[in-house]
Design a protein around this ligand. Structure first.
Ligand code: SAH
Length: 252
């Protein structure tokens, strides 16, 4: 049983695979000011089991390509999309986010919740920009420092786990420097981490350990998640997920 299979087992039955909520997806949509007159072509990149994909399909006039590199997540997404009656608006696609099959300037919207860090925020916004039509919109959530300074323990943790973590103002400046005009930013409330992500995950730990007969790898995964949750509880004033909404503008 490799690490990836364990991660799939831990996350595939979750509503979300990262912090977020339907309400915050809707709030970002509001700030994106998308028209409803003509159908939009949207890519939801790193969609997981599709919580945001379904919200977009429900409220927009859109055709959504739902992208993830884990087929088991896309299988769940397809089932849930059918149950929600929105399957016809969603095309699942199992590819890596660093090798997308879109032609230049063909997407109206790129949506990505809790996933762009897999590529790195700056690389992601640069590479994905080419797929957006002129004036197309990018919506991405990204872990960000919420204060200009922070305690050493949490600084060191995130420098190790994701060195690209930076302040909100630095992320906005990166967007501006890479051919985007920020339309809005907000920070996901704590409930997006605790109620919608970490607490449901904690309820799955015992089942995961049983299913894997307390293997060393399963125990290590659960311990790592517990440590991440404890750090969040302790230091949540200093970091969070920023939701960044930006429009593609002419290249700088
Ligand atoms: N957007 C979802 C899932 C966030 S978790 C939500 O908010 O619930 C991050 C997702 O990115 C996972 O589903 C993971 O499988 C996917 N992912 C990670 N690396 C990827 C890559 N290189 N290409 C495509 N998807 C990737």
């Amino acid at each position: 049983m490799d690490e990836l299979e364990l991660l799939i087992d831990l996350h595939k039955d979750a509503e979300r695979q990262g912090p977020g909520s339907d309400e915050m997806t809707l709030q970002a949509l509001e700030m994106a000011c998308l028209g409803r007159d003509k159908p939009l072509h949207i890519a939801d990149i790193g969609c997981g089991t599709g919580a945001s994909t379904r919200v977009l399909a429900q409220v927009l006039n859109a055709q959504i390509t739902a992208i993830d590199f884990l087929q088991p997540f896309l299988d769940v997404l397809e089932r849930k999309a059918k149950e929600a009656g929105v399957a016809q608006a969603i095309s699942p696609l199992c590819v890596s986010m660093d090798d997308l099959p879109f032609a230049p300037e063909t997407l109206d919207v790129i949506w990505s919740e809790g996933a762009i860090y897999n590529l790195g925020f700056e690389k992601g916004i640069r590479e994905w920009r080419s797929y957006l039509k002129p004036n197309g919109v990018l919506v991405a959530s990204e872990i960000s420092w919420l204060t200009s300074t922070r305690p050493t323990e949490i600084e060191q943790h995130w420098q190790g786990a994701y060195p690209e973590i930076d302040t909100v103002s630095a992320k906005l400046a990166q967007l501006e420097a890479n051919g985007y005009s920020p339309l809005g930013y907000f920070v996901l409330p704590e409930s997006c981490w605790l109620e919608h992500y970490y607490r449901p995950m904690m309820e799955r730990f015992a089942g995961l350990l049983d299913a894997h007969e307390h293997s060393a790898a399963a125990v290590a995964l659960v311990e790592a998640e517990k440590q991440e949750i404890a750090l969040y509880e302790k230091y949540k004033a200093y970091y969070g997920y920023g939701m960044y909404i930006a429009r593609k503008v002419a290249a700088p």
